[in-house]
Design a protein around this ligand. Structure first.
Ligand SMILES: [Zn+2]
Length: 164
């Protein structure tokens, strides 16, 4: 059973598991959602131009830079990536689904490798993203962004100067 706990914490609402969950276990399947084309603070991105709303309990999953769960946006499943104790809050790494967030925030998760500014994968290095499970649409967008950066005029100028 999952419980939404409201208030009384720094996080506002959060999603708590009432029972222990094992690493690799399917926690729940995402259902009942609608697909939209624009990101808002209430959406989860599932494709390059697609985001879902009407998220049910998923709406209460907070971000962590050391998360205990992932959202697999291809299979629409929330899966544990370590053993989770009863009473723990479920969390995932927002940039694993979001390229550019509607409402960025400063993370206070306390993890040693906290990314601090949570604004979407677009604002993180490939090295940082490499530490996490990242969905296919984010990998595709990161590759496209790198490709574009290499074709930028500044880069071409720098290359010409270097050759002389
Ligand atoms: Zn953090």
């Amino acid at each position: 059973m999952l419980t939404v706990e409201r208030g009384g914490s720094a996080y506002g609402a959060r999603l708590i598991t009432d029972q222990a969950i094992q690493n690799g276990e399917l926690i729940f399947t995402i259902t009942g959602h609608q697909v939209v084309t624009e990101a808002t603070y209430q959406t989860v991105q599932i494709g390059i131009d697609s985001h879902i709303v009407e998220l049910g309990v998923l709406a209460y999953m907070n971000h962590s830079c050391q998360p205990n769960s992932i959202i697999d946006t291809t299979r629409l499943m929330v899966v544990a990536i370590r053993d989770i104790a009863a009473g723990e809050q479920l969390s995932f790494f927002y940039p694993s689904t979001e390229w550019e967030m509607d409402r960025p925030f400063i993370c206070l998760c306390g993890a040693s490798q906290c990314v601090r500014l949570v604004a979407g994968a677009r604002y993180l290095s490939i090295d940082t993203l490499g530490r996490y499970f990242i969905n296919q649409h984010i990998r595709d967008l990161a590759v496209a962004a790198l490709d574009q950066a290499q074709r930028a005029p500044q880069y071409a100028v720098a290359t010409e100067v270097a050759r002389e």
